[in-house]
Design a protein around this ligand. Sequence first.
Ligand SMILES: C[S@@+](CC[C@H](N)C(=O)[O-])C[C@H]1O[C@@H](n2cnc3c(N)ncnc32)[C@H](O)[C@@H]1O
Length: 237
Amino acid sequence: MHFARYDRIVAHYPSMWPLLVPGYEPILNAMLDVVEVRDNKPRSILDVGCGPGSATIAVAPACHSEGRVTVVDGSPRMAAAAAEMLDGYIRDTFVGDFTEAGTADCVFRDATYDLILCSFALHHLDDGTKRRTIDAMGSSLQPGGLLLLADEVVSDRPAGWEVVERIRGRIIQKHLDAGDITEEFWHLETSLEPEAQLPFLPTRIDDMVSFLARAGLAVSCPVSILGSALLVALKPK
Ligand SMILES: C[S@@+](CC[C@H](N)C(=O)[O-])C[C@H]1O[C@@H](n2cnc3c(N)ncnc32)[C@H](O)[C@@H]1O
């Protein structure tokens, strides 16, 4: 996979991504809510496709003060930003494609983590690769551990009416008109050479639930907001 898209937007990501992906911010807030009501505060955390560490930062107030996080990202600049943001709380930083054996073998270790975050990092993968990644995350959870999987999902189109896409389009257009989405960021996002563009492959929510269940996890009903979803999955003890 080509990571140039993410490498070049790292400085803009924390302020621009919430404007580009309606539902992103409420989903991150919901992750914190979920971790806050755990009986045990997470101490061994894995952030898959960490970007600049956004999901870990979102749940950090509910994690153990001695908790440490392993981060992985294919974009060297994103991984470096995460390592800088989470300075002092990092166990390992891996730069590489988590769908490839070399990186996956380092990151996905049997029964190692009590919290795995995978936030908006799977939507470039086909369903088979998503399933393998979810299986690996399931194996890496300690018994009783929690997986929070957030991502963009396929939007239903009642009678062919693409309601969610239209609402998202309007929201993004309002941010563009107001100048909240900056011209510099928009230019970076819209001027990628074709070979560096990443496929957008959202999966149906019910398929995601099924992938998690078939990885041996107990899955909640998803929280879904305008095409973004949070799935809460527990590894049985
Ligand atoms: C949309 S950002 C999400 C960042 C962060 N998790 C968040 O919630 O804001 C997706 C990140 O996943 C990384 N990523 C996507 N697919 C990956 C893969 N196969 N291997 C490693 N990193 C990947 C990208 O480089 C990017 O930094």
